[in-house]
Design a protein around this ligand. Structure first.
Ligand code: SME
Length: 148
């Protein structure tokens, strides 16, 4: 199966999972489970906006940093810009926060509600150049499901 086919398969599954549940944490937990199991990423998780920091939310993968300030790292940058950030090689991203030395590429997608970023979805890969426009397109769609 191609990446696109995989996303197309999981999209309705995720939509069904989150549409009947209003609790954000529960929905984040299930989204993470589906993505992590389907794609076998190194680390898949959410950080929630709490004041001027991101605080670790539901995730699968190794232990991660618990708090990230606004504008810091890939996650804080995606929050500040309120847009998706794709990093093909984390070693080339100035300010990258290395929660795990194994992580080589990364994508961070903001989740917004009423025009405000309320969380970010962060996915890390053990390989370089894992994420592209296809990931962005589908992960942004998934982030929209959580915005409702
Ligand atoms: N690398 C991220 C930190 C979070 S971990 O990857 C789980 C960053 O630079 O924001």
């Amino acid at each position: 199966m191609t990446k696109q086919e995989r996303y197309r398969t999981v999209l309705p599954q995720i939509a069904a999972l989150v549409s009947g549940e209003s609790d954000m944490i529960a929905n984040m937990a299930n989204v993470v489970a589906v993505l992590h199991q389907t794609f076998g990423f190194w680390w898949t998780g959410f950080y929630r906006v709490e004041g001027n920091e991101l605080v670790l939310g539901p995730f699968q993968g190794p232990v991660a940093c618990t708090r990230i300030p606004f504008g810091r790292g890939v996650c804080g940058t995606a929050w500040e810009r309120a847009e998706t950030v794709i990093v093909p090689d984390v070693h080339q991203f100035v300010g990258h926060i290395a929660c795990s030395a194994a992580s080589k590429s990364e994508i961070v997608v903001p989740v917004s509600r009423a025009g405000q970023v309320v969380a970010i979805l962060d996915i890390d890969s053990e390989e370089y150049n894992t994420f592209d426009a296809t990931d962005r397109q589908y992960l942004e769609r998934i982030a929209e499901y959580l915005s409702r």
